[in-house]
Design a protein around this ligand. Structure first.
Ligand code: ADP
Ligand code: ASP
Ligand code: MG
Length: 407
């Protein structure tokens, strides 16, 4: 008998028929002699609607109340899933994140899991139940409801798997697995059979939101191997696991894209110690998350500093920086949106040369201008015009022969 965690995302529980499909699927897993813990998301669109409702009643809702509100989405689904399973004649019990013993930090809307006390989950399993846990939520040590950041049901599934020492963790979604690029953007993308935690993490944090990036970090830290697969068919999915030697043979594993980016440039910044620290400490104190940073070579004692960030963060960043620009003696602050990031990821990039050159050549062949570049050991990323991002992803995907015919 194996202990299996199965997570179903928003589309997989998007309507009553799909919830019944999930119920049948988990019953099937149990009837093969397994104990099953199910983690579910809110029905698709529900979390977005709740956010919209909050904005309709208040321009700046408190994060504590946002969490109370958003947690209701998953609470609806656990009850419906438990009812569907019971309706099909099997024992099921639903648990909120708090009831499942998930204790988090106090950072509302993006809380971190601090501890999990899974006794209640294990007892319910021993009593013969299929246990349905609400994804995306927990509670603080003081008992306030928290949520784990968008896409956080993935994290719940991985963390519960680690806490109950599950034999298998399966993430069911609306695609067959992790693809070489988002199949909605590159039709010819191919399914990846196995991918290392580091590659999955880089892809997830550079826009491949098939997995929440924090959940992949957690899986790596606790050694949770998991499978991403479809809830609509029985095709084998993608295994995400510790790196193996053979994985390095593939130079580029995948292409990620991230839209809705913005760029800020501060020009003629005096080239002296402490200026960059002043600018970026101000941004950090204001809670602005920045991505790429580029500083020009100093000419006549001053430089230009540019950085990118999510478009949503732009007003906050500008408001924080305007006084600092004057204070440090820079000449101006310019901002621009309508840009997007394209990244290529692969652990094989550590030991192969010419990868960045090939990326730039493929964009140049399409006359796509590169505005910024950044590299890490297993990733090269470029900023380009947002309107051309799909075209760019297809060109790059093709240049690295990642499509189905060439896989
Ligand atoms: P769920 O609601 O099940 O959590 P998500 O919408 O969060 O599902 O993630 C699945 C979606 O991720 C897919 O429909 C796909 O469009 C998108 N996606 C982005 N990048 C990739 C990728 N590299 N491979 C597979 N899917 C991807
Ligand atoms: N319902 C949450 C969201 O939409 C969590 C999740 O689906 O994983 O972000
Ligand atoms: Mg998701």
């Amino acid at each position: 008998m194996a202990l299996i965690v199965q997570k179903f995302g928003g589309t997989s529980v998007g309507n009553p028929e799909r919830i019944l499909n999930v119920a049948r699927r988990v019953i099937e897993t149990q009837s093969q002699g397994n104990q099953v813990v199910v983690v579910v998301s809110a029905m698709s669109g529900v979390t977005d609607n709740l956010i919209k409702l909050a904005r309709d009643v208040s321009p700046n809702p408190s994060e504590r109340e946002m969490d109370v509100l958003l947690a209701t989405g998953e609470q609806t689904t656990i009850a419906l899933t438990a009812m569907a399973i019971a309706g099909l004649g099997k024992k099921a019990v639903s648990l909120t994140g708090a009831q499942a013993g998930i204790v988090t930090s106090e950072t509302h809307t993006k809380a971190k899991i601090a501890t999990i006390s899974p006794e209640r989950v294990l007892e319910a399993l021993e009593e013969g139940n299929i246990v349905i846990i609400a994804g995306f939520q927990g509670e603080t040590a003081e008992g306030s409801i928290t949520t784990l950041g968008r896409g956080g049901s993935d994290l719940t599934a991985i963390a519960i798997s680690a806490a109950i020492k599950a034999d298998l963790c399966q993430i069911f979604t609306d695609v067959d697995g992790v693809y070489t690029c988002d199949p909605r953007i590159v039709k010819n993308a191919s399914k990846i059979q196995e991918i290392s935690y580091d590659e999955m993490l880089e892809m997830a944090s550079s826009g491949s939101k098939v997995m929440q990036s924090r959940s992949v970090e957690f899986a790596k830290k606790f050694g949770v191997t998991f499978e991403v697969r479809s809830s609509f068919n029985y095709n084998p999915g993608t295994i995400v696991k510790e790196e193996t030697e053979s994985m390095e043979a593939v130079v580029v594993r995948g292409v990620s894209i991230e839209k809705n980016q913005a760029k800020v440039t501060i020009s003629h910044v005096p080239d002296k110690p402490g200026t960059a620290a002043r600018i970026f400490t101000t941004l950090a104190t204001s809670g602005v998350i920045i991505d790429m940073i580029v500083q020009n070579v100093s000419v006549e004692g001053s430089t230009d500093i540019s950085f990118t960030l999510s478009k949503d963060e732009l007003p906050k960043a500008k408001a924080a920086l305007e006084p600092v620009v004057k204070e440090v003696g820079a000449s101006a602050l310019h901002s621009q949106d309508g840009i997007a990031k394209l990244s290529i990821v692969g652990i094989g990039m550590r030991s192969h040369s010419g990868v960045a050159a090939k990326l730039f050549e493929s964009l140049s062949a399409g006359s796509i201008n590169i505005q910024m570049i950044s590299t890490s050991e297993i990733k090269t990323a470029v900023i380009i015009e947002e309107g051309r991002i799909a075209e760019a992803a297809n060109l790059v995907h093709e240049a690295f022969h990642l499509g189905q015919a060439s896989a």
